[in-house]
Write a protein of this length. Structure first.
Length: 290
């Protein structure tokens, strides 16, 4: 029997503009699996999964010991025969334009005429998120606009889906994929191996554009940044600096009310809006450097 057999408890903390790093570190240590969901108004929500026999009191004591003040939360029972496989690892295949994103648990996936992107889904909680879908649409449009083999930068790569898509669109492209989360770096590396594109993608830790690997491979024909509104705005100048003249960028992770704010911040650095993408309340933008 699986060690994860049976149901589990799901702890959902109240959404906030940015998750406290101490809370994130505590959650990573305490829970079996941790996910970050995004609400339709752009806030982050920390979600922890723990075994059914786990005690709320144990969580409170552990938080107190770690010196972490827990925000308001709700606990619910998630009914399942195998909670990890049924509710965390598996997700339905996602079809966007010419792409088909699917989990490694899929044994008989029918790709047909699509570009298949195989993802280790246990840590790919963004696979079905609207911003990822918008970015894939933007990447597809860039592919139609440029004929040369691009040099690509993926900032905040997460599970590496956008880098994988770029590698499959341009088999000879050189791609740098970076993230501030070490686990994401490890997962993106494994996903590159699983998709047979590890020779195209260099995955590394970087706080935005600050690492040597980003600087050494600049400038780029294409930059992808699926993060959130505030870091996008804060790094708009860095994006312009690292993007070749005439190059394209796809930015996402902001909602409808934040669109003007985010786009105008990039326009100040010579990045012109080409197209907006919409999925529910989430938005993405295709930009070009003049």
């Amino acid at each position: 029997m699986s060690a994860n057999a049976g149901s589990c408890l799901v702890v959902k903390f109240s959404p906030c503009s940015e998750i406290n790093p101490q809370l994130q570190e505590f959650a990573d240590d305490f829970f079996e699996v941790v996910a970050v969901d995004y609400t339709d108004d752009g806030e982050e929500q920390l979600v922890g999964y723990m075994r059914q026999n786990a005690k709320e009191d144990a969580m409170l004591k552990a938080a107190h010991k770690a010196g972490v003040s827990l925000p308001t939360y709700e606990i619910a029972l998630l009914q399942s025969d195998d909670w990890l496989a049924d509710n965390v690892i598996e997700f339905a295949p996602v079809e966007v334009n010419e792409f088909l994103v699917y989990g490694i648990h899929e044994k008989n996936i029918d790709i047909k005429d699509k570009i298949g992107i195989k993802v280790y889904a246990a840590t790919a909680f963004g696979s079905e998120h609207q911003t990822t879908k918008c970015c894939l649409q933007g990447l597809s449009d860039i592919h139609k606009l440029i004929n040369n083999v691009p040099q690509v930068l993926d900032v905040g790569t997460g599970s590496g889906i956008l880098s994988l898509a770029a590698a499959k669109l341009w088999p000879n492209a050189k791609i740098v994929a970076v993230d501030i989360d070490e686990e994401s770096v490890a997962v993106a590396k494994q996903n590159a191996i699983n998709n047979n594109v590890k020779n195209q993608i260099m995955v590394a830790y970087s706080d935005g554009y600050q690492s040597e690997i980003v600087k050494d491979n600049a400038p780029y024909n294409v930059i992808l940044a699926n993060i959130l509104a505030r870091p996008l705005i804060a790094m708009a100048g860095d994006m312009a600096l690292n993007l070749k003249k005439g190059g394209y960028a796809v930015i996402s992770g902001f909602i409808d009310d934040q669109t003007d704010w985010v786009v105008e911040a990039h326009e100040k650095f010579g990045l012109r809006l080409i197209k907006l993408y919409e999925a529910d309340n989430w938005r993405a933008a295709l930009l070009q450097k003049d």
